[in-house]
Design a protein around this ligand. Structure first.
Ligand code: SIN
Ligand code: FE2
Length: 193
């Protein structure tokens, strides 16, 4: 199984990432509530940074070079995130030629959740997906290759890294909700092309 889950980021590093998101990302790429094709709202707020960002609206899911509300290019990767990517390469967790092209930033408050889905809007479905958990602990759901497969619950704590690679890159997964505390932020880093 090519799922790697480990605790990596100490409190200082986590705070640095949060501070950089507040000072460098949100002023350029503010949080928004995505909608499904039907018009139904997602149960959390999101934004992105990087060359391209994942969005969802009445046209459906896709990657876009522009923020859907400001119509401006996404904020750049904050330095602390680039440092983490470099470290993961150096330690052999991800390939040296991995290109971190986008980071999806999901913000969940108590009661917010994300249903089971596969990440498959990317042209490149072989590059690993890197997920970083910040803030409140929460319950991640890890399913199989089919929606009906058994789902395992994994607790993600602040500072945890989860990497889904190879045959596990396309597993169904979701987020059931935060355990205690009032806010969780999940960063999903992807190579789209
Ligand atoms: C996602 O699948 O996009 C996010 C999962 C999480 O919040 O842990
Ligand atoms: Fe996902």
């Amino acid at each position: 199984m090519t799922i790697q889950h480990f605790s990596l980021l100490n409190k200082t590093t986590r705070q640095q990432i949060i501070d950089e998101i507040h000072s460098l990302v949100l002023p350029i790429s503010p949080l928004f509530t995505p909608k499904m094709k039907s018009g139904a709202k997602f149960n959390y707020q999101m934004t992105c940074c990087g060359d391209i960002g994942w969005i969802s609206d009445h046209f459906g899911y896709r990657y876009s070079k522009l923020h859907p509300e400001t119509q401006q290019p996404w904020a750049k990767f904050p330095p602390s995130l680039s440092t983490i990517i470099d470290y993961l390469k150096l330690q052999g967790y991800i390939p040296k030629n991995y290109q971190a092209q986008t980071c999806l930033i999901n913000k969940y408050l108590a009661g917010d959740k994300l249903g089971l889905h596969q990440d498959k809007d990317e042209q490149n479905l072989t590059a690993p997906i890197i997920s970083i958990s910040l803030g409140a602990s929460g319950i991640f759901q890890l399913g199989g290759m089919n929606r009906k497969d058994q789902v395992q619950e994994i607790i993600l704590n602040p500072g945890d890294i989860m990497i889904m690679a190879d045959e596990d890159r396309l597993r169904f997964h979701g987020f059931k909700g935060i355990l205690k505390g009032h806010k969780r932020v999940n960063l999903t880093i992807r190579q789209v092309y």
